[in-house]
Design a protein. Structure first.
Length: 471
């Protein structure tokens, strides 16, 4: 097991920690090494529930590539585990600390180094906030599509580490499709460059894609070359109300089968709609069993919305309302962006799943989730990137109630099992981390686990990078 190779030398704990801190400080500014237990504890975990977190020996906040290299050289020499972190908005425990580790927070490496409108690329450091990059490239008439729901706070490095998605994936794809090249500090402190700046290139193995979604287990991303697109027209949104989730899923299938390419195709079930209304008083139709939002950013979005509206009506929509302008469209999208926050307010704690299934099985998935909610007597709201089959069943529970917490965890596992049964995957965009590593083994099988561990060993022979994650 990889974990067995990261045991620290058997010195007294205080002596070993002192040696570690002295070595780190020898190559870092004093303010870049945090040791106050109250402060380091605040870096111990991301936003996932039911994920254990340890106590770090220190938190380091480098500003340069050279400082990251120094940290990794010290960690390798002393056999100390390192847990890379971004903004800790993740939902799988991938950024959770392990006991005695060095938490390597990259949030201070936050420079946009280049925006090139001709090559349509941006070169950025890992701590750049997603929304900040989006706004910066917009000023050049360009567009960076990946837009996780936490885009105002999450970092590009974290997005790369978890291969995150967002609302626009149905048309524009996920983070992996926009990462052209990377600079990566390896476990022993060496700097490696992968990929390219060119529009295409097939030299050697695609190591860039290997790092995307690796959750910091193979190396530390310190620079990324990202592909950009021309800025599209302002999108218009349509809202369609359905008497059942099955009918809404039927509409999704009709839209995709018809060759339409919406910039967004999102679903909210009745539980989610009610939660959003309770939180923000947005006046969404609570009589609905499912609300479908479709958007187009084409040259004639009104015509596209009309065609999709007709398909929704054919699938049984009880009401179809196209937005008249951008402001009304943004109001509808705000309702969708509030979904997870609203569901959290239902009981105080949530477990957010992100099981992805083939679009043709989306109706089966939602029906199954409803059965799971009834079986465990829990409130489970579903919002979904319906256009790509990525569901977010959100289990609402009282963390102070042991029985309800147990039922929440069991229901979460049953939903993942349902996703695999329907030909899907346990995670479409949140990653594996701690939360789903047992389920990763079920999805990829023993040979898949063996090969993934072999890759991990090739890049990190001592097993010091983000141990205990993925498998």
């Amino acid at each position: 097991m990889i974990m067995s190779r990261i045991e620290a030398p058997r010195d007294e704990d205080t002596e070993a920690t002192g040696n570690l801190l002295d070595r780190l400080r020898s190559g870092l500014p004093a303010e870049a090494v945090l040791t106050d237990p109250d402060i380091t504890a605040s870096y111990a975990n991301d936003m996932a529930s039911f994920c254990e977190a340890g106590t770090p020996s220190a938190v380091v906040l480098p500003r340069t590539v050279e400082q990251v290299q120094h940290i990794m050289r010290v960690a390798t020499e002393l056999r100390v585990p390192v847990v890379p972190q971004g903004a800790r908005t993740g939902l799988s425990g991938a950024a959770n600390a392990s006991d005695g580790c060095v938490v390597l927070s990259l949030v201070r490496m936050d420079r946009i180094l280049e925006i090139n409108p001709v090559d349509r690329i941006a070169v950025v450091e890992p701590g750049v906030i997603n929304a900040a990059l989006s706004r910066a490239v917009n000023e050049h008439g360009l567009y960076y599509p990946p837009d996780p729901s936490s885009w105002e706070t999450c970092t590009i490095g974290g997005n790369i580490g978890t291969a995150s998605g967002g609302l626009c994936c149905v048309k524009y794809g996920v983070t992996a499709e926009y990462v052209l090249g990377l600079d990566v500090v390896l476990a022993d402190g060496r700097l490696m460059s992968t990929g390219r700046r060119t529009a295409k290139g097939v030299a050697g193995y695609d190591l860039t894609r290997l790092f995307v979604g690796s959750e910091g287990s193979l190396g530390i991303v310190v620079r990324a070359i990202l592909a950009l697109k021309p800025q599209p027209s302002q999108q218009l949104v349509l809202a369609a109300e359905f008497g059942s989730s099955r009918a809404a899923c039927d509409a999704v299938c009709r839209i995709m089968e018809g060759g339409h390419v919406p910039s967004l195709l999102e679903l909210m079930d009745r539980t989610t709609v009610k939660a959003v209304n309770d939180l923000a008083h947005m006046g969404l139709p609570e009589t609905t069993e499912a609300l479908l939002l479709a958007a187009f950013d084409t040259h004639d979005p009104a015509a596209d919305l009309a065609a999709v509206g007709a398909l929704c009506e054919a699938a049984g929509a009880t009401q179809v309302v196209p937005a008249e302008d951008v402001a009304e469209s943004e109001l509808l999208l705000q309702a969708r962006r509030l979904a997870l926050t609203a569901l959290e307010a239902v009981k105080g704690t949530t477990m957010i799943d992100d099981v992805c299934v083939p679009r043709s099985r989306l109706g089966d998935m939602l029906d199954g989730i409803e059965r799971v909610a009834e079986k465990y007597a829990l409130t489970i709201g579903v919002c979904a990137h319906a256009g790509d089959g990525n569901t977010h069943p959100t289990v609402c529970f009282d963390a102070a109630d042991p029985d309800e917490s147990r039922r929440a965890r069991e229901s979460f596992d049953e939903i993942m099992a349902l996703g695999l049964e329907l030909g899907g995957t346990i995670t479409g965009e949140h990653g594996v981390g701690v939360l789903k590593k047992e389920w990763l083994a079920r999805e990829i099988g023993p040979v898949g686990v063996e090969m993934q561990r072999a890759i991990k060993t090739a890049f990190d022979p001592l097993g010091i990078l983000n141990p205990g994650k993925l498998f």
